[in-house]
Design a protein around this ligand. Structure first.
Ligand SMILES: Nc1nc2c(ncn2[C@@H]2O[C@H](COP(=O)(O)OP(=O)(O)OP(=O)(O)O)[C@@H](O)[C@H]2O)c(=O)[nH]1
Ligand SMILES: [Mg+2]
Length: 172
């Protein structure tokens, strides 16, 4: 089971997704703080929207196995920059919520996520539950464990720990 860290603008659907993944009834709750003791780490949208708080996202991300940029399919513009995977050493995935919205533009949001460095993108609706099972299956898989020697070898080759170790890598 992977520990997931969720970040995204206010109203993107992070808390609702947390409730759906935990099998809870959906109820509105404004996230005010981040608690890192859970298997799913939710964060207030203001962290992603404020430059000064953005640093907090990088710090909390070290508590997780995988990070998710969460964007609603009807968002008018992205709050994340290109190549966000550079600010932390964890795999970065994208979760597009609200695909059920009449204003959804999934291909556009998908492009934003690719630009931001998401290596895998899930499309879901917290309301109809479309796509949720695929995300749950991904999270159910255990993160790959490396020995210290393997981690050192991959770092030497310029690879991230989640890359395929058979990649040729960059010799330094
Ligand atoms: N139609 C639709 N509405 C959704 C979906 N997910 C969440 N919502 C609604 O969007 C609103 C905001 O959802 P939240 O989960 O509270 O958003 P959040 O990202 O946690 O927001 P902050 O806590 O402010 O950062 C709520 O009214 C949800 O019911 C979805 O997949 N589809
Ligand atoms: Mg919330």
């Amino acid at each position: 089971m992977k520990r997931l860290f969720l970040m995204g603008r206010t109203e993107a659907g992070k808390t609702t997704l947390t409730q759906v993944l935990k099998g809870e009834e959906i109820h509105y709750h404004k996230t005010q703080y981040t608690y890192s003791g859970d298997l799913i780490i939710d964060s207030p949208g203001e962290y992603a929207e404020t430059k000064r708080c953005g640093l907090g996202l990088a710090c909390f991300s070290f508590e997780a196995d995988v990070l998710a940029l969460l964007m609603a399919a009807d968002e008018p513009f992205p709050v994340f920059e290109a190549d966000c995977q550079c600010f932390t050493n964890r795999p970065l995935i994208g979760i597009i919520t609200k695909i059920d919205s009449p204003y959804a533009n999934v291909p556009m949001v998908r492009n934003w996520m690719v630009n931001s460095g998401c290596e895998r993108i899930f499309e879901i609706s917290n309301i109809t539950r479309e796509g949720v099972q695929e995300l749950m299956d991904y999270l159910a898989e255990d993160p790959r464990k490396l020995t210290w020697q393997e981690a050192r070898d991959m770092q030497w080759r310029g690879l991230n720990e989640w890359d395929d170790p058979n990649l040729p890598g960059v010799k330094v």
